[in-house]
Design a protein around this ligand. Sequence first.
Ligand code: SAH
Length: 473
Amino acid sequence: MNNIKHNFKKNSKNNWKSNKKTHKKRNLKKETAVVKCIGMDEDGKGIIIYNKEKVAVPYLLEGETAAVEILRNGKYVTGRIIEIKKASLYRVKPKCPCYNECGGCQMQHMSYEGQSQFKQKFVEELMKSYGKVNPIITMEEPYYYRNKIHATYTYGKKGQIVSGFYEESSHRIIPIERCIIQNPKADEINASIRELMKSFKMKPYDEVRGEGFLRHVLIKTGFATKEVMVVLVVSSSVFPSKNNFVKALLKKHPEITTIIMNVNNKKTSMVLGDREKVIYGKGRIKDILCDCTFDISPKSFYQINPVQTHKLYSKAIDMAHFNGDEVVMDAYSGIGTIGLIMSKKVKSVIGVELNKDSVKDAIKNSKLNNIKNARFYEGDAGEFMVDMDQAGEKLDVVMMDPPRSGSDEKFLSSLVKMSPKRVIYISCNPVTQARDLKFLTKHGYKVEEIQPVDMFCQTYHVENVVGLCRKNF
Ligand code: SAH
């Protein structure tokens, strides 16, 4: 596969575009060079050395040789492929026709085998001082996995109604009819909504003018239950012909189990507004994960790849080696998924989560599953841990799953003081996880197992779970 011409837009999906916004165009300096890609950065961009400087080139793969345009603007420098001279064996034609523009996935130009190797290497590099990394748990069918889909509505170039995603770092909407990482049901529902809007003379919202009605459509699906939630995010609480619209949508899609109207009349990049009205069904859906049932509301956080979540949670629970007597903390517990799943294997679970709605959902989910040995508290995990330590509470195992920014010193220092025998650290950002492991391994813990899991196929994101135990245990 030699001499591949690239038609990637100059500004598509690389830092250059955002630089262009903040720096005057006249400062732009362009040079071209034929270079070899020596590695890849954490965003899946190829790294080249140009004039002794590391430059990240979007879409370039390790080992490839390419003619590259170097774009320099003050201290910002980035590259753009002009032509690939020698392609990687992992290079494939992206499946999605919108790949160049959309930005939702970043790795579609690499085979799934190549993506898995990239993620494996990335985690190995970060974890090298902590031990051997297990082979990444891949997904058999690495497509159509997302159970939560959000589309923004607007007018297309020809005045037609389109729905799609925002281009990276911009407010331009890229029309998408079919997305290869989302549940295909959502594409069908969005196509029907676009059709119905024409017959109902419903206008999409215009962000600039603040006019029009339908802003976004959020669709959540229960993987095991097949329940479907449609949230219509609209600009006004007056929904003309609401009942007929709902009727017509249900006629086309009898599989929809609930429809919610969410009013967002603010000039904001937040998708959901504060006001919600259930216009069909219960306003929630259920899903089953590792034999527990979960109730999901429009705003609650729920893992987006249920097939891989099952594997991730099973591995995390394995790493804890429960014997049934343990008091376990589920830190950063979301709607209580992992805590409730492991509650059946332990004495009791204490969950802590910052988001009030998620905590309510976790409590609801305990009742739904008739689980009596789990308690969920609202609060900052770090502060909660400090209080627990000061109150002399004991923990046997800590299961932690913080956001991308990782945990903090408050949490980690109280954890080491409480000294549970095991800590299982799940992370969607192994960079911050590696930073936190440094603290834990310095303060009495050793790493027992490291397991990456591919939860976000076709993107550069990777999930990683690390099992640690007390050195003197
Ligand atoms: N364990 C859950 C959720 C993981 S996502 C699951 O697997 O589904 C990370 C969660 O951490 C989010 O629900 C977020 O609201 C919560 N969070 C973020 N910062 C926090 C903090 N300082 N204290 C407690 N929870 C926090």
